[in-house]
Design a protein around this ligand. Sequence first.
Ligand code: PLP
Length: 433
Amino acid sequence: MPISPDFERRLHAVLPAAAEHFGTPFHIYDERGIHENCRRFDRAFAGTPYREYFAVKGLPNPVPLRLLGEHGFGFDCSSLPELTLAAQAGAVGHDICFTSNNTSAAELIAALRLGALINVDDESVFTKLTALGPLPDTLCFRVHPGTSGAKVGESYLGRAESAKFGIPADRLPQLCAEALRLGVSNVGLHMMLGSGFMTQEPFLLSLGLLLDQAERLHRELGADVGFVNLGGGIGIPYRPDEEPFDLPALGREITHALVAWEQRTGLPRPTVLFECGRYITGPHGALVTRVVNRMSKTREYVGVDAGMSSLMRPAMYGAYHHITVPGGEGRPVEVVDVVGSLCENNDKFAEQRSLPAVVEGDFVVIHDTGAHALSMGFNYNGRLRPQELLLRHDGGIERIRRAEEQEDYFATLTFQPSRLVPGRTANAVSTVR
Ligand SMILES: *Cc1c(COP(=O)(O)O)cnc(C)c1O
């Protein structure tokens, strides 16, 4: 099931007016759908203490971020701009989780300044942190899944030996002991096996691996693990025939596992954290384009006014995004490639897709662009990124990001002149005429 029939109905009702007022193309997000989804998440995990930290990279716009923050979600960040966005959306202290990798001291300083919950991806990060001053009271360690996690996580992590994320489990106790010695009092553990999972298995597997580590840390160091972060990666059904992820079942299974662990070990059960992006906003966005061109050669081509700068997933991952033609019911069906204008033959939203026959000017709606869509877009070929709109609860539509313009593309060509002649000092260069 791609975007919900409810969102689709409300979107179609406003499409002509929105296109007239704002122009196309645009990503449009559904406030009502996002809000209902947040509540669904809360209900699924009502059985155990939990918090969702929305992965900012999925939808890095302060307006929807604020909606999620108002709901009580935190933000998962992994770069300086993402930290700034989370702060702009009103997040403070532990509302922010900093899950970086290959991390610089500057990023750690910014995260510490915000009081963010820091997720240590590697021993090198820990060393950098200790050099920056006293450690925070709370610290989380990202655990490498080793070979047991490799099978389910291969799509994202690659093979176990090439997975770059996390601390190998055999080095965890020593690192944790050092953290405790340096004043850390609340320890968390994190593991993320991959992205786009449609079954519970990977999450129960990482929970099990983290609980084993928690038990071991208690036994060896007397440490109580206060929270386990299962990362993001809950998938959404991009295809019409796919079943949605059974979130209530995952909530029940996780609660069962925690209760059983609590009873067996006598230790207090850790709070469960998530960092889902796609699951939260993915299905509540659509890219609205217009047909600008029809071409007929070995295949039939439908050219639209957006391309990879708006959505890279089909070209980058061969991902399926459902496509519909509002008002296309009852028209003859054609098999077409839906393409953008980039000088790359993979700049296609769909290949050999059956769609109602379209003509120039028709709307073509690309579904499930609420996460990892605009945020992944790029400017190759001088292709500019489109605007973002928000369909509010009351049916109003707001622009929440303008489209890029040529000036944005050229912005980095305005700069302080700087020149170096190697072998001379910078001062000497400035006096040379
Ligand atoms: C990308 C990412 C997420 C979000 O992934 P989704 O598939 O959108 O849920 C969460 N945590 C980390 C560390 C990530 O890299």
